[in-house]
Write a protein that binds this ligand. Structure first.
Ligand SMILES: Cc1ncc(COP(=O)(O)O)c(C=O)c1O
Length: 452
């Protein structure tokens, strides 16, 4: 009998997260204080993050224990199943073996609670009573609302206006878990007000929403800030995904030749891929492919420079691929992939040639999502659909060459709250968007000069 779901027993849930930092092929450029031009230290971050997360941010320990209270919550949906995509393989007629690690089983429906639960826990431990954050598609906001709810913390979410309007059900989900949600930019923060003065009809951006949430945390003693992607500690928490994949492939008697994931800020991709990065650096032949939208082509068309993480220039400067912190992406449906920068850890590995990046238009992306839904049954989030398209491309190449590659998809979330986007796709109402080079160059002018 063929196996479809590869399931790890609950007692084999990984007990530690994997930290890629000691294994990097080149040193990671430190975050820089925008005023002093010096690397920032723990004291600079203390007003907005709990100390334990700051320690994880800079840790050089290869393994970090997962606290029991976090594991207890993880067990609600972890270990998540690894699926063999038999129907998709048959439909494509490919000799490739395709697997997908299904993170859509978590209560909020994506990989995001892997870090949300951990972050809520560490904040609670340090006496914080409220967490402020931003959200794009609403996936991160709902994950944090869920995590805060379980640990008895208040949660304030600044939701990018275009998503707030396109996705009211995510807001209701966040409110059901007890969060308060505002469409960003708001008139509640200096950063929000200054944007609204210039452009009252702005569709918002993650960069603006981050500015608002950081300002909220920095101006309230009981409140800390939480980020759902980009930072080292967030990527660290997500590595439970890749660690489980490794165990599950062993159970299936298989070995990955390709890991393919989508990238917004880089967290789900890094979570699935980093445990395999170590193998690749140790000489194993494995392709690690990061997928992004052509409408927000950070890795494929951005520059590798220091830039702010947010529009109002409140965050430290991070060395990353960036399209410029003033970049406002078009309102495409993969709301979670509309960020001007990417995780510094992942960018370093792209820059070193360990990770390859590819960009995709939204129409073929939805076409791939529909093919997946009609073969495997699961309805992917538009973000996730990007790596499904890349996988289908690769599987069809295998069909031509006869190669029997083992391809693993980081299936980051479901698309139940994105049915409006599916409706538009099915009605042939979606437009492809290639960001014009002049506009990228214009946004890049605002990237600060930092001596390295
Ligand atoms: C389902 C899903 N996948 C991927 C992403 C991209 O984020 P990241 O790159 O941090 O994984 C998001 C972001 O909201 C998401 O909701």
């Amino acid at each position: 009998m063929e196996t479809t779901k590869i399931i790890l027993p609950e007692k084999e849930i990984p007990q530690r997260w994997y930290n890629v930092q000691p294994d990097l092929p080149a040193p990671l450029a430190p975050p820089i204080h925008p005023q002093t031009g010096q690397p920032i230290g723990p004291d600079d971050l203390a007003p907005i993050f709990p100390m334990e997360l700051i320690k994880q941010e800079v840790s050089m320990e290869p393994w970090i224990e997962i606290p029991d209270d976090v594991l207890r919550v993880y067990r609600l949906w972890r270990p998540s199943p690894l699926y063999r995509a038999h129907q998709l393989e048959e439909h494509l007629g490919t000799p490739a073996r395709i697997y997908y690690k299904n993170e859509s089983f978590s209560p909020p429906g994506s990989h995001k609670p892997n870090t949300a639960v951990a972050q809520a826990y560490y904040n609670k431990q340090e006496g914080v009573t409220r967490i402020a954050t931003e959200t794009g598609a609403g996936q991160w906001g709902s994950a944090l609302a869920f995590g805060c709810g379980l640990f008895g913390l208040d949660c304030t979410v600044y939701m990018v206006r275009v998503s707030y309007e396109q996705k009211p059900y995510r807001r209701i989900l966040m409110e059901t878990w007890g969060a308060e949600v505002f469409p960003s930019p708001t008139d509640k923060t200096n950063s929000g007000r200054s944007i609204l003065e210039k452009d009252p009809d702005t569709s918002g951006s993650l960069g603006i929403a981050i500015s608002e949430a950081v300002e909220d945390a920095a101006t309230h003693d009981d409140t800390k800030y939480s980020l759902g992607s980009v930072l080292n500690h967030v990527l660290l928490h997500q590595t439970i995904v890749g660690l489980e994949i490794k165990e599950q492939l062993k159970l299936a008697g298989d070995e990955a030749n390709m890991i393919i994931g989508c990238v917004g800020g880089g967290s789900n991709f890094a979570g699935a891929a980093f445990p395999f990065v170590k193998d690749k650096l140790d000489g194993k032949d494995i392709d690690i492919i990061a997928c992004e939208p052509t409408a927000c082509p950070t890795l494929t068309r951005g520059v590798y420079r220091y830039d702010f993480g947010d529009t109002a220039q409140l965050t430290p400067l991070l060395k990353m691929y960036t399209l410029g912190h003033s970049f406002v992406p078009p309102p495409i449906h993969a709301g979670g992939l509309r960020y001007h920068g990417d995780a510094p850890l992942m960018c370093l590995l792209v820059n070193q040639g360990v990770i390859e990046a590819r960009a995709f238009h939204q129409n073929p992306t939805f076409e791939a999502a529909v093919t997946f839904a009609r073969t495997e049954g699961f309805l992917p989030a538009p973000e996730t659909a990007h790596c499904i398209l890349a996988t289908i491309d690769e599987a069809l190449k295998c069909k031509e060459t006869g190669e029997e590659k083992c391809i693993v998809i980081a299936y980051s979330g479901h698309g139940f709250f994105d049915l409006g986007a599916y409706e538009q796709y099915l009605a042939e109402d979606l437009e492809d968007y290639e960001y014009p080079q002049e506009m990228i160059e214009e946004a890049l002018k605002a990237v600060p000069e930092v001596a390295e």
